[in-house]
Design a protein around this ligand. Sequence first.
Ligand code: M6R
Length: 611
Amino acid sequence: MCGIVGYIGKKNAKPILINGLSRLEYRGYDSAGIATIEDDKIEVVKSKGRVSTLESIEDIKNLKGTIGIAHTRWATHGKPSKENSHPHFDNSKSFAVVHNGIIENYIELKKFLTNKDYKFYSETDTEIIPNLIHYYYSNDLNDDSLKFLRAVTKACSELKGSFALEILSKFNPTEIIVVRHDSPLVIGKGDSENYISSDIPAILSYTKDFYILNDDEFGILTSKTANFYDSNLNKINKKAVNIDWNSSSAEKDGYEDFMLKEIYEQPNSIRETIGSRISLDSKCYIENIDFTKRFLKSINKIYIVACGTAMHAGLCGKVVLEDICGIPTEVDIASEFRYRNPIIDEKTLVIFISQSGETADTIAALKLSKSKGATTIAITNVVGSSITREADYSIYTHAGPEIAVASTKAYTAQVVLLAILAIYFAEILEINSDKLLKLKKSILELPSLVKEVLKNTDDIKDFAKKVYKEKDMFFLGRGIDYTVAREASLKLKEISYIHSEAYPAGELKHGPIALIENDVTVVGILTDSHLSKKTISNLQEVITRGAKTFIITNQNVDNDFDNVIKIPKINTLLSPILSIIPLQLFSYYISKEKGLDVDKPRNLAKSVTVE
Ligand code: M6R
């Protein structure tokens, strides 16, 4: 997905911009570009390919300005190419723009500008923006200090879709204007300098103080000042907030890949997410939420809406919410939910889960739910992300920055937080306190049990070495184990490019068993003692047909299976947090055996900010 970096201060902007772009590489991109201002002239260097390709271009060596903007592009409109990469100029080279997001009405605006003799040199939706700014700027007869901003606000008022923008003007060579609308952007406050980025980790090594821009707010940044305005040019008072992320937590810390580091961070990310929310001698506490019994009694349905791994965490949340709160809970994929007129009203509670807090479909589903009167809760990992500005209530997983595209620690943190939320509801509803106490005890044991699972990884590695060349695999489970099968199957697809299917074990004989033949690998997850025997029978059926079996279990199972990975026993409602870990590692080791880029798998982006 596209990434934005900017700098204005006294230092040479180029190394700061390049460093920021490199830190955004994990988001996935196909081209990169940079623009700086020098002697009142905007210089642009851009290229298709990696940031290292951009760095090797001869022209970039001459960039010496102390003001600059930069971008990594993930193609949406037009192929990856130098012409389509950002920054984009207007025809007179007076304004340069980088843009994250999509302009939905760019064809109409292109026609409007073409009729005014503007020419276009790229296939992008972005190129209309600097030209539109130029149009408004050159038609403004007032020559006051807000002329540049006025042109930008007018241009933005014409744009439909999503955008985060950085804009340079040769008429105002000591300023950068920034704005966001449904696409993330933050400003880092330094000492006589300001940094800009679409992602906090990209500039975290320079500052920890951030101005969080809300939708339709504009910033005029100089080296010494950061002034903010609404779209009517009224000044907004904004205070910088301190973001308590350790900059080294965004680095690999000696691990070969971010994904491996993030898998091993799970004891800590789970501990942080539990925090002081759960204790054995007081009621569960969730900051920012103050639900009453009366309100919760009025709720007749909960929806959990999310995409990908976050949706899989939601499947675990459904099991816990229904089991301990007795409230019917449905889980839906955000891209489906938003277009299917779901039955929701003011008696519905909708929980949205998004690690990044920027997923376009999830945010659209949230807006839809609000418009129908539902109460909305966002569960996210990123403070100040877009989803938190839309939801009635926001709760944070404290997993720390997740850099690898394949989500691991965010998933386990989401599952833990959903269990905590269910306990919080159940305590308010005064439901079965004995059961709740047991669940609370189990939650508090999680960090040390996860640590234990992470100690024994040799068998997982060995099995990955045996099967990494395979083309298809199956993941089977029943009940909560089936939800883990789905997440494990997604993980394998994402980073190893092996086709896999997850099935409820009992469904196998209704069709998919036709695909089982000699040597196909079937992964079985067995943590629910009530269902294990049944799943074992289904696994026996695949063994009979020649399949190799890899079992993750906390039960005592016989030795018909080729490989058995034992994990500690825990309350079944929390078992996904332990059973997914060997399977995260399984995918990881397969990907490594295949020599693939674990952290940046092909075709995928970390944060999916377009639908
Ligand atoms: O940031 P989000 O949690 O909203 O992202 C949702 C999905 O795009 C994400 O979980 C995706 O499926 C991951 N690549 C899974 O590893």
